[in-house]
Ligand binder design. Structure first.
Ligand code: SAM
Length: 231
């Protein structure tokens, strides 16, 4: 269970109404039951239900069970697609070990805005489900040209481009922070493609001879990056 409360042995942690509904209603946990909790910063802890009510409760933190496991410094940048498919991308990015999720607006992105808080809640759920001790931050959507305009010289870009001739993807073994970039349903505009191709940090990659949906491409790219450069 994720809690927005810095954890430490002996601490009392308040349980929100929604968490109480899940823990004491759905899961039927009562006083004395033990659960694992994490705060995204200090690892995982064993806690005991001290008070269980319909509108809230209290957990008492007992001891640490796992240290914080930070994912590699990998961002997933993607042009948001329809709601459910964007939710899927966020969920899979957490499961696949992205450290930051950055929705970007490209020239052909047809989604004008994303609900950042909703996507962040999906990231929390995904971290709870997959046993991660860290929850990646979902950033506000930003324009791709602005993001590239302020790009960090050290961060490499795995530029997933369906226009790249299909060949076995190879990523340079650069021990640096990375970002994966996935385009929108309409693909990248020629101007964007040209700009990316001129950037020394951007490495154009084909994900095979077929055109993948953006959410498939995101999962494939994350798997490929983890296989080539992950720990
Ligand atoms: N509009 C494009 C078209 O019809 O040619 C397809 C865009 S695709 C649905 C969305 C994004 O997924 C692309 O911009 C790219 O980042 C990624 N993608 C899909 N298939 C890919 C492939 N075979 N190789 C590399 N990237 C791919």
């Amino acid at each position: 269970l994720f809690v927005e409360h810095a954890l430490g042995a002996g601490q009392s942690v308040p349980v929100s109404r929604e968490q109480a509904h899940y823990l004491f209603g759905v899961m039927r946990l009562g006083a004395g039951a033990q659960i694992l909790v994490f705060d995204g910063q200090s690892g995982e802890w064993l806690a005991e239900v001290a008070e269980a009510g319909k509108r809230g409760g209290v957990l008492s933190v007992l001891s640490q069970t796992r240290a914080l496991q930070m994912p590699p410094d990998l961002w997933l940048m993607f042009a948001p697609v329809k709601k459910a498919r964007t939710d899927f991308i966020v969920e899979k990015a957490v499961e696949m070990g992205a450290a930051r999720i950055l929705p970007v607006q490209t020239e052909f992105t047809n989604t004008g805005r994303v609900q950042r808080a909703r996507l962040q809640a999906h990231a929390v759920e995904a971290a709870e489900q997959c046993g991660a001790t860290y929850v990646p931050q979902v950033a506000e959507m930003q324009r791709l040209d602005r993001v590239l305009g302020a790009w960090d010289a050290d961060r490499q870009i795995m530029f997933c481009d369906e226009a790249q001739a299909a060949s076995k993807p190879t990523l340079p073994a650069v021990c640096a922070p990375w970002a994966i970039l996935i385009g929108p349903e309409g693909g990248f505009a020629e101007g964007e493609r040209g700009r990316l191709r001129r950037m020394a940090q951007a490495h154009p990659v084909s994900l095979g001879p077929r055109i993948l949906r953006a959410e498939t491409a995101a999962v494939a790219a994350l798997a490929l990056w983890q296989q080539s450069l992950g720990d």
